[in-house]
Design a protein around this ligand. Sequence first.
Ligand code: UFG
Length: 324
Amino acid sequence: MKILLTGGSGYIGSVTTELLCDDGHEVVVFDNLERGHREAVDPRAKLMVGDLRDPQPIREAMRQAKPDAVVHFAAYALVGESMQDPHMYFENNLGGGLNLLAAMLESGVKKIIFSSTCATYGQPEVMPMTEALPQKPTNPYGESKLMFETALRWAQERNGIQPVFLRYFNACGATEKYGEDHDPETHLIPNVLKVALGQAPAVPVFGNDYPTPDGTCIRDYIHIVDLARAHILALEKEVTGAFNLGTGTGFSVQQVVETCQQVTGHEIPVALSPRRPGDPACLVAGATKAHEVLGWQPRYPDLQTIVQHAWNWHHAHPHGYRKE
Ligand code: UFG
C-alpha cells in the first residue's frame, strides 16, 4: 500500500512509519517538523515538509502522492497546554484535520486512520472503558480530537470516507531506533528515566491522595509498537469506527517508579507534589473490540518490558535526537 502519514517525525508517527516500511509499504510523511525530529523520520519514507494549517501544501502532497490511505498523527497533544491556549488546539488539531480531509475529498482518497485518544471520554466512572461510553472531554485537547472524529463521521455518512478512530491510552516504550523525545517532557516514564540518567534529582509525583490503592493515579501503559501494529491492522482490514487501544491493566505512578528502579538499577527519588489539574484518578482500557474486530493483541503488555525498551532507547540517546 501507499500511505500518506502525517506527523511521521513524532513519537508514535515515527514508529508507525518504521513498521510500515518494515512491512514493505510505501510511506510519504507529511510533517511540519515543529515538535518532531527530522532524524525520527525513517529514511525509507519520503518526507514532505508542510503545515496542515495551510490548505495548499497538503492538497499538493495528496495530489502528488495519490495514496491508498492516510494515517493522521500530526497534532498538538498536551492537555495542560490546551487548557492555557484552547485556540491553538482547535486551529491545529481541528483546522489542520479539516484541511487534510478537504485534500482527501478532492483527490478521492477514502480511508483514514486517525490518531485519537482516551481523552475524548473525559473522566468516566466505569472501568474498564469501552467505546460505548459517552464522550465528554474535560479539556480542549480531547475536545479537538473529538471534533475531528465528528467531522470524519459526517464525511463517512455524506462523502463515503472510511475512518478508523484509534483511541490510545498511555503510549510508551520505544524501538531500537525511535523513542520519546518531547520538549518539554511531561510524560511519566521518560521523566522517571531522566532521574535514572542523572539529569534530574527527583521525579515529581502529582498527588498521592487519589482514591486508588496507593493513592497515586492509575494509567494503562501501551507499547508504541503495539499501537503502531494496530494502525497496520486497521489499514489492512475493511473496518471503520472507534477502537480503544490499551492493555486492560492499570499501573499506578508509584508502581511505574518502582518498575523503573528495578529495570535501571538506579535509586529514583520522588518529590511529592500537588495534584496536576485535570488528571483523572484512573484510566484503563476495555480493548475487547480491538481484539475481536482488528485481531489485535498487545505483544508487550508487561510493564517491565515496556520500561526496559524505553530505558534502552534513553540510555543510548541521553539527549534524545540531539547529538551532543
Ligand atoms: N505524572 C507524575 N509525574 C510526572 C509526570 C506524570 O506524577 O512527572 C503522573 C500524572 O499526574 C499522571 C500519570 O503520571 O497521573 C501519567 O501522566 P502522563 O503525563 O504520562 O500521561 P497522561 O495520562 O496525563 O496523558 C496521556 C497522554 C495524553 C492524553 C492522556 C489521556 O499523554 O496525550 O493520556 O488521558 F491526552
